[in-house]
Design a protein. Structure first.
Lengths: 347, 414
């Protein structure tokens, strides 16, 4: 048992995750072809626009549909339906917590592929300053409002305003880059067109394409660019306390060396500076566990499932992983990037 | 050979003789280290290493940068009493021995400089005395680069400031070495430094176990040799020593130090050949199992990892490692130093802390009370010693350390 644990703690979690993500991508995008249907309330972007080949459905899709009800007339019935869906969502979420983002989300996986492409090309990524990070990180709650408010506004007159047009019922889906991007993997290019059927659709589908552009450029420049803005991440975090899988930190063992914060694809500064909080699964965390892998302090960071340690930071593990290189993430980039500075003497 | 050179060589000789012959059970793996010190300090040979020699005066200098540029770092702290006497001529009366000794060493290029020229001297703006000593060095004709270190290491502003400062250092080092910093070279330097630190950690783990594996006088020589020996050689030598320590049963050590109070050495760094206090502690029956001094733990504990193979990610990674985990008493608020000291004391099952300050070393003096308070709260006794490089206070130190070890021995162990 202890030998097995040592092996696990010395392991390269990033490499394992890469393969896991590939499998999860296949399951969520193509699983339907093998008659897999996990649920209609998944806490991740299993996009219904990708067609019946998908292996489950993103919770935001039924959520918007269920919110499109006349509150005055059918509040109770709607509430029951909504709670049932929400319950399924919460149960799915509670098991894996934010690992849905880091290990399963197809949109997250695509971002990691884009990052890998950038590294292959030897292009340098960019990081946010702490202030920018905080500002951007609030956007996800605004997007969450965009998920919730428009469908309510279609069925009801909110704040005395006129009701929104019917097409605004799934506003978020129209904006979401998963709608335009993931169908491409099942051979559907139709979502890339601007929908001229109504004025609302023209506006929304144009904005959707704009979002796709921002998504592609953003994630090429910044690792996991979109995750900081993601409304699913905001919704998940509301139930964060119920989660069984966690990233925990023992501040007493932390040296604030910053390895974790720099390894973090999202770029969460607190992981390195916060010495008080024990549950470090913050609203932005995606539980990729890269921080655990680069932590040189035994038991400072660890992933726990119901309090039971799953993957621990150990000094021995750190130095075993660093033996080949101080570089943590994909090792492929090094050969290309060394062209940047070649160590030759000035002429 | 001038009288000064003879003076410090004799000091080194005496110290090494004591280290080797006054204690039983020296592991065979220590021999290369004793020889290294004899070569550099008694025979006055320059240290091994490729390329130009770059002097560093504090642990805040990211050494990987120097190594990646094909140069060799050398610690410019003096530990010799006769060098200190020489240096004191140029300094105010209450200057700490370490600074005086450094100035004395620079004045006649004595050991560990071994007569060699420095391509550059990197002087972080840590303690006032060091900054001013470097000004003197500049007057002697040494090329000095001032590495600006913020006086607080907590905020994001401090971090950005230090990053900018380290980038300036990169440019200066490139000029001094005539090379461009390359990703591949820096990666190699980081990897080698990490493997060296892995061995240091391994030694630390071995010493954390109950029972004496290695005396502190040897452990301090091992860590201090880090900036005196070729990096690969050092790593290999420590690795061999660790292998030996894992295997052997040090019977003689166990007889004498098996129930000894376990001591953590804190405060001003014991730079070779000034191992006066640590040697005395172990002569009197204490066992140094841990330390927080800049020649050892503060320099070697932390290791770096970076996320992308670009200088723009690697250089900040090195800067981060040199700033926030650093517990130098020079920082304005130093809760970190105390927190980590307590953590070490608990992890290494320490019975007492001996805190030495060199007279005139203000920053260590000023923090001494706060450290003592924190330790008292955890019921760990602390002894504060004010000393310098002269042998005059040996009698007084002996009495005080003896009494303290007695207290530490009889303290209830949890």
């Amino acid at each position: 048992m202890s030998r097995w644990r040592t092996w696990l703690n010395r392991g390269d979690v990033s490499r394992f995750r890469t393969w896991f993500q590939l499998a999860a991508f296949a399951l969520l995008v193509y699983g339907g072809s093998a008659a897999v249907d996990l649920s209609n309330n998944l806490p991740t972007f299993a996009c219904p626009f990708a067609g019946d080949e998908r292996g489950g459905t993103c919770f935001l899709f039924p959520l918007q549909h269920m919110l499109n009800v006349k509150l005055a007339r059918s509040a109770v019935g709607a509430l029951i339906g909504l709670s049932m869906s929400l319950l399924t969502f919460v149960v799915w979420f509670a098991v894996l917590n934010k690992a849905w983002c880091g290990w399963l989300c197809p949109l997250g996986t695509v971002q990691d592929w884009i990052t890998r492409l950038r590294q292959r090309l030897g292009v340098r990524g960019s990081e946010y300053s702490e202030a920018t990070f905080r500002r951007l990180s609030a956007i996800k709650y605004f997007f969450l409002l965009l998920v919730v408010i428009p469908p309510l506004g279609v069925a009801n007159s909110l704040f005395g305003l006129p009701r929104l047009p019917h097409d605004a019922g799934a506003t978020w889906c129209q904006l979401c880059p998963a709608r335009t991007l993931l169908p491409l993997f099942t051979g559907r290019t139709s979502e890339l067109a601007i929908d001229f059927s109504t004025t609302t659709m023209v506006v929304l589908s144009s904005l959707g394409l704009l979002m796709l552009g921002v998504f592609l450029v953003g994630s090429f420049v910044k690792r996991r660019f979109f995750c900081l803005l993601c409304p699913m991440s905001a919704l998940q975090h509301l139930f964060g306390r119920l989660a069984l899988l966690r990233l925990s930190k023992d501040g007493a063992r932390c040296t604030r060396c910053g390895n974790c914060a720099r390894a973090c694809d999202i770029g969460i500064p607190e992981i390195a500076t916060d010495l008080e909080t024990t549950n470090m699964t913050t609203s932005n965390c995606m539980l990729c566990l890269k921080c655990v892998a680069v932590c040189p302090e035994t038991d400072c960071l660890q992933a726990t499932f119901v309090g039971f340690p799953v993957y621990r930071a150990t000094a021995a593990g750190f130095f075993a992983r660093m033996g080949e290189s101080g570089l943590v993430a994909p090792k492929a980039g090094l050969g290309n990037a060394s062209q940047v500075g070649n160590g030759e003497k000035h002429s | 050979m001038s009288t000064e050179t003879a003076g410090h060589a004799a000091e080194a000789e005496r110290l090494l003789d004591a280290v080797e012959h006054d204690f039983p059970d020296n592991p065979a793996g220590m021999r290369p280290f004793y020889e290294l010190y004899r070569r550099i300090y008694c025979e006055g040979q320059p240290r091994r290493g490729s390329g130009p020699l770059i002097g560093v005066t504090c642990v805040q200098v990211p050494e990987e940068l120097i190594r990646a540029l094909g140069a060799t770092p050398l610690r410019l702290c003096g530990g010799s009493y006769s060098q200190a006497q020489k240096g004191a001529e140029q300094l105010p009366a209450r200057t700490c021995s370490l600074i005086a000794s450094t100035v004395g060493m620079l004045a006649d290029k004595g050991p560990p400089l071994g007569g060699r020229d420095l391509a550059l001297m990197v002087s972080p703006t840590t303690c006032q005395s060091k900054s001013k000593a470097m000004q003197l060095a500049e007057g002697m004709g040494y090329p000095v680069h001032v590495l600006e270190v913020p006086q607080s290491n907590e905020s994001e502003v401090a971090r950005e400031y230090f990053h900018a400062s380290v980038w300036r250092l990169v440019a200066r080092l490139e000029k001094a070495t005539g090379r461009r910093l390359g990703v591949r070279q820096l990666d190699e330097a980081i990897r080698k430094v990490n493997s060296a630190r892995a061995q240091f950690r391994r030694l630390k783990e071995l010493r954390a176990g109950l029972g004496p594996v290695l005396l502190g006088k040897d452990a301090l020589l091992v860590s201090q040799a880090y900036l005196l020996e070729d990096l690969d050689e050092w790593t290999a030598a420590v690795s061999r020593l660790n292998d030996e320590l894992e295997q052997r049963r040090p019977t003689a050590l166990e007889q004498r130090w098996g129930h000894a109070p376990r001591i953590l050495l804190a405060g001003s760094p014991p730079v070779f050949p000034n191992l006066k206090v640590p040697l005395l502690i172990e002569r009197l029956g204490g066992l140094i199992v841990a330390d927080e001094v800049c020649t050892s733990d503060r320099l070697l504990n932390d290791a770096v990892a970076y996320a992308e193979p670009h200088l723009e990610d690697m250089v900040p990674a090195l800067a981060d490692r040199s700033l926030r985990p650093n517990t130098c008493p020079f920082y304005a608020r130093n809760t970190e130093r105390i927190r980590r000291l307590l953590e070490q004391a608990q992890k290494m099952k320490v019975d007492g802390v001996i805190y030495q300050t060199f007279s005139g070393c203000q920053i260590y003096e000023l923090e001494q009370r706060a450290v003592e308070r924190a330790l008292t709260e955890k019921e760990i006794p602390m002894l504060a010693l004010e000393t310098d490089y002269s042998p005059d206070d040996l009698g007084q130190l002996t009495t005080r350390i003896e009494t303290f070890l007695d207290i530490a021995t009889h303290r209830p162990r949890s």
